[in-house]
Structures are given as structure tokens and as C-alpha cells.
Design a binder for this molecule. Structure first.
Ligand code: MTE
Ligand code: MOS
Length: 761
């Protein structure tokens, strides 16, 4: 009897049981060495100031304090910025945001360290801060030069169009709110070596930055991460600061050091999603066809560059979403502000770009008095014509028309629109709204060189397998998917494959697990490694049983060579006796992609992932509260490697996107201090915020047209942008009460009341 195929099976996450029973080991759960010191960070209280003096004598004298470390104590490079070296680990006399790390206390307990932090006496000379995006644009305060993409003649096209609209929308940022906060533990090793446990999406980068901070090289540092308790982009670059601090103090004291930020410090000290202000002008026909469009984006990058270049590029690449923009000009300003440096967050600028075009589409529909979905259809990329993006990549795999037809049908979109219109016409305090929005998301790192991965597979002589690759596990199920690939390659039960922690000493130079590419690139690398061993085993079996190599099959935990059939473990043991190497590395580089950073054109993406959502909401026009009453989603994972995990990603991504656009609001005061730094003031969705009626489907029979791992598609980020449908459903409900005012995101009760015109009287 043939076993169930392991590829495409709804296998539970490898750590599901450990997660729910509390036995999964996160960085903070790792048993501490006896000499451990606990760290706390002294943070800037000012948004922009020169530090005249820092009197740390009371800090040093506080009970339990073993050492206090400042910028001067860093023996190597005082920088944790990966792309541009403009991110000091500890502020060197100038502070550029409230919350910036200035000094570190090492003490016998966390409590002692945190208490001592408050005893510092710091004399600041305040400098004028830039706190607002528009203000930054006015002053030309940028972290990097502005960029522009132009296709056609947008000015002329807008001028010649029958209708014209211009406006602005503001769009808030988002805190990652990973349940496990930022944490690292550094253990000094003999002869200047350093071992670092870090909750990071990018162990290789942490290794490199730690080495530089210690005045060492990568060979001296090992970074390990078994899992993160969520990351969402927030541990792509930001984990380096935490790990560098732990390593610097460990190096300074010669003792093991652990830094685990508490939630408030984490929210104040580490970067978030970029908030944007978006200005647009658009010219269009009677039926909503966009003739010409101009966008000016300005985003809050914060005090340093971080990943803002690639994030804002991705916003420019995604402000077409699913639509052909024939004549388009996109200007992107990357603003330097005296706030925390913003960073990667699921979607990486894509959500902000899509928000821009979807806002314009919605405005056009309201203006013309036609259904927004019809305006969307009118502007969709076509097949064979009108199919090239503003950056010159052909949309070759467009499945959106069919998907939207399917979803509009299965969700009874048209019927419900009519029913909701009738409901709203009756008046009263409640209004309902509905919206159907598409997602087209480019898969690959736009920095082409990052699209590479390595893996290391060992087969032991008892027939069990250890798997390692450059990817990290943050809950997304990457380790399970890659183990499925290796099990399939050897034709063995997945229980024979042991998944091991990301470790820079096993796979070097790995890219961040990001851009949703984890399973695409690590899956292929692991497959290549396993295949090398399998080929050696096949050659061995062929020789032993006198059959051609291609007649050797690996299935059901067995090896079949002609008429011979023996357990995998037995063959492996025999191969070992015959001195066959049972260990191999594998490597993968994504094909076909190439892209010119200067002209912003080419093929940055290997392929696109698609999705669509229909959301229905109800709002209370007196309180501004909203609820999601029903959601229908159809999402494209190609041939899903694991539909259970992929469904989880779609549901989770959608809810996180809806949270960003509805309840999660970041608020800074006039001094540039973040006021929303705890769950008491920052509201992420909870189980009670889930749609009352939630129907999620994966697109069936839709193999990736590109040769990805088993023709699957990346799923990590794209579903977040399905949350846009909730925002535009709220916009629809507001329109249902007769208001046409712009709605700023997030659509909190306050924002909804403003759009309803409440408070004007
Ligand atoms: N899912 C969970 N549960 N936790 C996370 O932190 N991060 C998201 C997404 N899904 C995340 C998640 C982000 S930002 C990315 S880029 C991808 O997972 C990364 O993993 P992948 O490339 O393996 O999909
Ligand atoms: Mo995800 S924002 O690419 O880490």
C-alpha cells in the first residue's frame, strides 16, 4: 500500500504540541549559565539632543550592579545598521529618538538592572526634532535620496481625461507585537569567541554585526536560533541591536549576558511599520478606467536608514496592485525623523503601496457612483495586452480574473451589495459596508543577491536524518515544510527527519528569512542536499543489486532496486559500511530575476502570489465602533506544500492586516515620545475580533507556472494585504450614511467618527 504523499499533506506544525503545552524552548527559556548577568538599557528621554554629560555614578553604585557600559566601551564598530552604518548600538553623545539606547547595566538580576537604569543623571542640550512626515518633506530631511518611477506621460493623460480627482490619505504604522519580545543571550567562548542565542530572522547578519562590534571577524562568532515567538519582520534587522548589546557587555565583563526587553522598552526602542502620507492626482474615464495617475509617497523612516530603501522601493512596486497604470509617475520620499528607525513588517512596503491605489480606486467609484469592484475590473492587468508593470516586468501568471469571478460568486457579492444598500437606506444608527479587494504580491527579495540559500543534511547510519538550512522558524511553519521536502526526497516518513536550529556554523552567509521566500529558497537548497545523498545511495544500491541507477526507487521508507526491497535504514547502514558519504550541502539561487536599482526596472520578482477577499462590516455611527461580520477569502498558494500551515498563514495574515487598518494606532506626543507602548494603549486584534463568519479557501489546481519547490507559492506576507478589504468595507459603510469624507487609516472609532462628520457641529 502506498503511503500518503508527504508533499501537499496537511501535516501539523512540527512544534504545535510544544507550543500549546508551553514546552517549546524560546531564547529566554534556554538554561542560563551560572555566571549570567542580566542587562537593562538606559534609554534617551529626548527625541533629539546633544548629551552634555552622563552621570552614571549612582547607577554603578546601585545594589546588584556589576558593570555599566557606554559607547566608549565598545572595542569594535559602534554600529548595528546592516545596509548603511548609521545605527549606533549605544548613542555616542547625540540622541536621535526618545527610547534610543545610551548605556547598559549588567546586574545580578533583571530587576536590579532595571532599577539602576533610572538613577542616571543626564544633561541634555535639546536640538529641534523633526517629528512629522510633512515637516520632514518641507525641510528636505531624508535618510536617502528620493526616487521616481515614470511610465508614459501622466501629466498629459490626466489633463486629457474626462474626470480628475486629487487628494491625500494618511496611513498609520504598526508595531509587530510579536508575543516573544526581543531577546539575546551571549556566552563568551575561549580565545575571544562569542556564542549568541538570538531571537532573529537573520542569524548571519547578527553574527557579522556582533563580530564587528567586538573587533573580530565572523569566524569568531556563532549565532543560533531554534525558533522565535513571532517576528513579522520585526526581527529582521532589529534583533541585531539586542544581540550586539548582549555581546558587547559579555565581552566587556567576560561573563554570559542576557538582554530581554520588556514590552514597553521593546515598543519604544525598536522599529515598526512605516507610516505614509500619500498625495495623488488621477484622470479617468466615465467607466473608471484610469488614464493617468501621479503618486507622491512620503514615509517615516525614523532616525536611520535601516531597510527603508528596499521597503519604499517595494511600496513603489506595489502601488499598481492588480491594475495596469498606463501613464504613471511615482515619487517616493524617505523621510528622516527623530523617531525610532522604522523597519520591515509583513508586506515590506507593499501594503502601503496597495493602500494608495485601492484608495484612489475607491474614490473614483464613489465619484462616479459605480460599484468599486467594477472600477477594479476595468483596470485589472489583462492577459496578452496591458500586462506590463510600471517597472517593466510582465505579469505572466495572472489568475486574478478567474479568482475574483469565483470569489464574487461564492460570496454572493452582488446580491449582498444590493441587500446592504437596502439596509442602509432604512436609516438608523447602524450602517453596513462591503468590499472586494485583490492582492498581487511580488515574490523575491528586490535586492537580487539575497535570493540564495544553503542547506546541510546528514543521514545517520541508523537511517535517521538531521536537517539544517539557513531559514529561521518564527511560527510560519518553514521548518515543517522543508522537512516535508527532505522526507519526500528520501521517500521516508517525516518522523525520521530531525529539524535543527538555525546555526551560522552549519550554514554560512544565509539571507534573512524574509520576503516570504523562506520555503521557496530553503526548500530548494534542502532538496539539492538530500538529492546528492540520495544519488550516492542509488548508485550504491544499483551496484550492489546489479540494476541501473534510475531503477532504484525510494518510497514508503524503503528502497526498491529491481526485485530487491529493503528498509531505508538497512540500505543506509550498508552504504556506511561501504564507506559512502552520507552528508551533503545544498545550494539554491533563484533563477530569472534581475533588476537595475538605478532605473528601478527589470524583473525583480520570480513570480506573483495572488489573493482576494470580500469583507463585510457593520459600524455604529454614534460610537464609531466597527465589527467584521463576514469574510470570504480565496488565496493562491500554487500547489500548497502544506494546506494546514498555509491556511493558518492566510487567516493570520488577514487578521494582522485588518488590525493594522482598524485598531492598531501608534501615537507620539509633541515631544516625540511614543505614548502607545503597551497593550493597554495599543490594541491588536484578539480572538473576539475575528470575523463572525470566516470562510477561507486556497485556490485549487493552480501550480506555479515557475519551477518553484513542487510548484508551490510563497504565502507568508501576501495575505496581510487581504485586510485592505476590511478598511474599504468600513469606507463603504461610511458612504452608506451619506458621508464622502476621506477616511484615514487606521479606521479607529475616532477616525470613523471624523469621516462621518461627527464633531463638526
Ligand atoms: N507567521 C508567523 N506565525 N509568525 C511570523 O513572525 N512572519 C511573516 C510570515 N508569517 C511571521 C509569519 C513574515 S513578515 C514573513 S517575511 C514570512 O512569514 C517569513 O517566512 P517564510 O518566508 O518562510 O514564509
Ligand atoms: Mo517579512 S516583513 O519580509 O520579515
Amino acid at each position: 500500500m502506498a503511503a500518503e504523499p508527504v508533499i501537499g499533506a496537511a501535516i501539523a506544525h512540527d512544534s504545535a504540541r510544544l507550543h500549546v503545552s508551553g514546552r517549546a524552548t524560546y531564547t529566554d527559556d534556554i538554561v542560563e549559565p551560572q555566571d549570567i548577568l542580566h542587562l537593562a538599557v538606559g534609554m534617551s528621554e529626548r527625541a533629539h539632543a546633544r548629551v552634555r554629560s552622563m552621570d552614571l555614578s549612582a547607577v554603578r553604585a546601585a545594589p546588584g550592579v556589576v558593570a555599566v557600559v557606554t559607547a566608549e566601551d565598545i572595542v569594535g564598530e559602534n554600529n548595528c545598521g546592516a545596509v548603511v552604518a548609521d545605527d549606533p548600538i549605544l548613542a555616542p553623545g547625540l540622541v536621535e529618538y526618545a527610547g534610543q539606547a545610551m548605556f547598559v547595566i549588567a546586574a545580578s538580576s533583571i530587576r536590579a538592572a532595571r532599577r539602576a537604569a533610572r538613577l542616571a543623571i543626564i544633561d541634555y542640550e535639546d536640538l529641534e526634532p523633526v517629528l512629522d512626515i510633512r515637516d520632514a518633506v518641507r525641510r528636505g530631511s531624508f535618510v536617502m535620496p528620493s526616487k521616481t518611477i515614470v511610465r508614459g506621460d501622466s501629466r498629459a493623460a490626466i489633463g486629457a481625461a474626462r474626470h480628475r480627482l486629487a487628494g491625500s490619505v494618511a496611513l498609520g504604522g504598526q508595531d509587530h507585537f510579536y508575543l516573544e519580545g526581543q531577546v539575546a543571550m551571549a556566552l563568551p567562548r575561549e580565545d575571544g569567541g562569542m556564542f549568541v542565542y538570538s531571537s532573529t530572522q537573520h542569524p548571519g547578519e547578527v553574527q557579522e554585526l556582533v563580530a564587528r562590534a567586538l573587533g573580530r571577524t565572523s569566524k569568531d562568532v556563532v549565532v543560533e536560533c531554534r525558533r522565535m515567538g513571532g517576528a513579522f519582520g520585526g526581527k529582521e534587522s532589529q534583533a541585531a541591536l539586542i544581540a550586539c548589546i548582549a555581546a558587547v557587555v559579555a565581552n566587556h565583563t567576560g561573563r554570559s549576558c542576557k538582554l530581554r526587553l520588556d514590552r514597553d522598552d521593546d515598543m519604544k526602542m525598536t522599529g515598526k511599520r512605516h507610516d505614509f502620507v500619500i498625495d495623488y492626482e488621477v484622470g479617468f474615464d466615465d467607466d473608471g478606467l484610469i488614464r493617468g495617475i501621479e503618486f507622491t509617497f512620503a514615509s517615516r523612516c525614523g532616525m536611520s536608514t535601516d531597510l527603508s530603501g528596499a521597503i519604499n522601493d517595494r511600496a513603489m512596486f506595489h502601488c499598481d496592485n492588480a491594475y495596469f497604470l498606463e501613464n504613471v509617475t511615482i515619487v517616493s520620499h524617505r523621510c528622516k525623523t527623530n523617531t525610532v528607525s522604522n523597519t520591515a513588517f509583513r508586506g515590506f512596503g507593499g501594503p502601503q503601496g496597495m493602500f494608495a491605489i485601492e484608495s484612489v480606486i475607491d474614490e473614483i467609484a464613489r465619484y462616479l457612483g459605480i460599484d468599486p469592484l467594477d472600477v477594479r475590473y476595468r483596470n485589472f492587468y489583462q492577459v496578452g495586452e496591458r500586462d506590463t508593470t510600471q517597472y517593466g516586468q510582465m505579469v505572466e501568471d495572472n489568475v486574478l480574473h478567474d479568482m475574483i469571478d469565483d470569489l464574487a460568486g461564492s460570496s454572493s457579492y452582488r446580491e449582498r451589495v444590493a441587500e446592504i444598500r437596502a439596509f442602509n437606506a432604512k436609516g438608523g444608527t447602524l450602517r453596513r459596508g462591503i468590499a472586494c479587494t485583490p492582492v498581487k504580491f511580488g515574490i523575491s527579495f528586490t535586492a537580487t543577491h539575497l535570493n540564495q540559500a544553503g542547506a546541510l543534511v546528514h543521514v545517520y547510519k541508523d537511517g535517521s536524518v538531521q536537517l539544517n538550512h539557513g531559514g529561521t522558524e518564527m511560527g510560519q511553519g518553514l521548518y515543517t515544510k522543508v522537512a516535508q521536502v527532505v522526507a519526500a526526497e528520501f521517500g521516508i516518513d517525516i518522523g525520521r527527519v530531525r529539524i535543527t536550529a538555525a546555526d551560522t556554523s552549519k550554514v554560512p552567509n544565509a539571507s534573512a528569512t524574509a520576503a516570504s521566500s523562506g520555503s521557496d529558497i530553503n526548500g530548494k537548497a534542502a532538496q539539492a542536499a538530500a538529492r546528492r545523498i540520495r544519488n550516492r545511495l542509488a548508485a550504491f544500491a544499483a551496484d550492489r543489486y546489479g540494476v541501473p541507477e534510475d531503477a532504484v526507487r525510494f518510497e514508503n521508507d524503503e528502497i526498491i532496486a529491481g526485485t530487491e526491497r529493503l528498509p531505508f535504514g538497512e540500505l543506509v547502514h550498508a552504504a556506511w559500511l561501504a564507506r559512502v558519504s552520507l552528508s551533503a550541502t545544498g545550494f539554491y539561487r533563484t533563477p530569472k530575476i534581475s533588476y537595475d536599482r538605478e532605473t528601478m526596472s527589470g524583473r525583480p520578482f520570480f513570480y506573483f502570489a495572488y489573493g482576494a477577499a470580500v469583507s463585510e462590516v457593520i459600524i455604529d455611527t454614534l460610537t464609531g465602533e466597527s465589527r467584521i461580520t463576514r469574510v470570504d477569502i480565496l488565496h493562491d498558494c500554487g500547489e500548497s506544500l502544506n494546506p494546514a500551515i498555509d491556511l493558518g498563514q492566510v487567516e493570520g495574515g488577514f487578521v494582522q492586516g485588518a488590525g493594522w487598518l482598524t485598531s492598531e494606532e501608534l501615537w507620539w506626543n509633541d515631544a516625540g515620545e511614543l505614548g502607545t507602548h503597551a497593550p493597554s494603549t495599543y490594541k491588536i486584534p484578539t480572538s473576539s475580533d475575528l470575523p463572525v463568519d470566516f470562510r477561507v479557501r486556497l485556490l485549487a489546481s493552480s501550480p506555479n507556472r515557475e519551477e518553484t519547490i513542487y510548484r508551490s507559492k510563497a504565502v507568508g506576507e501576501p495575505p496581510l494585504m487581504l485586510g485592505l478589504s476590511v478598511f474599504f468595507a468600513i469606507r463603504d459603510a461610511i458612504a452608506g450614511s451619506g458621508s464622502v469624507a476621506a477616511l484615514d487609516a487606521p479606521a479607529t472609532p475616532e477616525s470613523i467618527l471624523r469621516a462621518l462628520g461627527a464633531g463638526d457641529d
